[in-house]
Design a protein around this ligand. Structure first.
Ligand SMILES: [Ca+2]
Ligand SMILES: [Ca+2]
Ligand SMILES: [Ca+2]
Ligand SMILES: [Ca+2]
Length: 247
């Protein structure tokens, strides 16, 4: 999900050009915007998880609603591989600048994750960085299922944008149990030329017809939201005419 409060979008009026510059927007990654799958490491064992299906277990990896969210350990929220290691691959769907790795570990030494190795890839699966031998702390300090588990945060120092990440998780006693994995990153929201509703790079009379269609349909398009209030409606007509007459 995109953190709207982090989006600073403003309008510059310069020589009759109304432009909303490209901005960096912070994103927390979970099931709403990334996917996760087993790697070929599990090719001979497509159902490596204890008690639950691979499909259900993978979904439990990325079900944290936010970076600040806690999770209590239950059979339907945690992830458990008994007697081995786990390797999964995250697909972000597009390139992002990743800034933080978040890990919600199990609460007790007998089952928790003791080592995580991350490998970061670009969209062509070229390795662009690694973070190895992460030793996450226990998920809570009571050892009780009923005590909420919060994320431990690990800063990332990557010089290029990331599309895929693999995570290899292991435990000192061959148990791999944890609650969630999440990432935070930024993406560049492209600049918007206000009034260029037909997206041909200029604002002129050719933009009038598609602007009217948007108004009639009540649909949103950033280029038509001339007053930048988040919706396209009659309030945009006046400033649209102003932009047209300046071009
Ligand atoms: Ca979970
Ligand atoms: Ca352990
Ligand atoms: Ca245009
Ligand atoms: Ca508007």
């Amino acid at each position: 999900m995109i953190k709207k409060s982090a989006v600073f979008c403003f309008v510059v009026a310069l020589m009759g050009i109304y432009y909303c510059p490209a901005v960096e927007s912070q994103v927390f990654f979970n099931a709403s915007n990334i996917s996760v799958a087993l790697t070929d490491f599990h090719a001979g064992d497509p159902e490596p998880f204890a008690n639950r299906t691979t499909e259900a277990s993978l979904m439990s990896i990325i079900d944290a609603p936010s970076v600040d969210a806690s999770e209590v350990h239950t059979q339907s929220t945690h992830v458990w591989v008994s007697g081995g290691e786990l390797e999964v691959i995250f697909d972000f769907g597009q390139d992002y600048n990743l800034s933080t790795f978040h890990f919600w570990n199990y609460h007790s030494e007998s089952f928790d994750v003791d080592d995580v190795d991350l490998v970061f890839f670009d969209s062509n699966m070229n390795i662009i960085g690694t973070l190895e031998d992460i030793s996450p702390q226990l998920g809570n300090d009571t050892g009780f299922d009923s005590t909420p588990i919060f994320a431990e945060d690990f800063p990332l120092t990557l010089t290029r944008e990331v599309r895929f990440v693999t995570a290899r998780l292991s435990g000192s006693n061959s148990q791999v149990d944890f609650s969630n994995i999440g990432f935070t990153g930024t993406t560049t929201v492209p600049g918007v030329l206000l009034g260029d509703v037909n997206l041909d790079g200029v604002v002129n009379f050719l933009d009038i017809a598609p602007f009217i269609v948007l108004l009639a349909d009540g649909e949103f398009q950033a280029e038509a939201d001339i007053d930048q209030n988040g919706s396209v409606n009659f309030l945009d007509i006046g400033p649209f005419i102003t932009i047209l007459s300046n071009n």
